[in-house]
Write a protein that binds this ligand. Structure first.
Ligand code: AMP
Length: 176
């Protein structure tokens, strides 16, 4: 039987030499693969004390939206800069070269809400950490962060665990 990992396509040297791009579009476009991944993410959190699910643009929207629906929770889109129409709060984070910014709308997170964060992949953890800080500043509390793919070589897990967040992933790949 095919595992979640088997639906993921690896594209060498994308977007630059040396990076193995782990492409989840091949998982999302396969009915069984998509369902398997969403079901597995949902199973990790059934019965957990979660009030809302947040997903990181863009692949985290597809997976996180499906997880939120299955868990019967509301969804918070963590967007890239400049896309949201209402008052926003933003959080900058470091990239290998330069910085990037994620945003949510100021009133999207109810005070004290326990939030589950979802994205397709955790590498260095910088993007997820920015989302954690943002949700915290908005009054929420990220309890868990779950990913389809983890790249353990880049140690993103430790970065989130430092905030007392439970980090879970469905599969791992070697290298970066
Ligand atoms: P990071 O902030 O380093 O944990 O990077 C995580 C974000 O970058 C996620 O939103 C991923 O979609 C993307 N990303 C980083 N590395 C890869 C990779 N090797 N393959 C596919 N996506 C990646």
């Amino acid at each position: 039987m095919k595992k979640v990992q088997d639906y993921i396509r690896t594209i060498p040297d994308y977007p630059k030499p040396g990076i193995q791009f782990r492409d989840v579009t091949t998982l999302l476009s396969d009915a069984k693969g998509f369902r398997k991944a969403v079901d597995a993410l949902v199973q990790l959190h059934v019965g957990a004390e979660i009030d809302m699910v947040a997903g990181i643009e863009a692949r985290g929207f597809i997976l996180g939206g499906a997880v939120a629906h299955q868990l019967g929770k509301g969804f918070i889109p963590v967007r890239k800069k400049g896309k949201l129409p209402w008052e926003t709060i933003n959080q900058e984070y470091e990239l290998e070269y330069g910085t990037d910014t994620v945003e949510i709308q100021a009133d999207e997170v109810p005070k004290g809400a326990n939030v589950l964060l979802i994205d397709d992949l955790i590498a260095t953890g910088g993007t997820a950490e920015a989302a954690v800080k943002l949700i915290g500043r908005a009054g929420g509390n990220v309890l868990g962060a779950s990913f389809v793919i983890e790249l353990p070589a880049l140690a993103g897990r430790a970065r989130l665990e430092a905030y007392d967040i439970e980090v879970l992933s469905l599969c791992t790949f070697d290298g970066d």
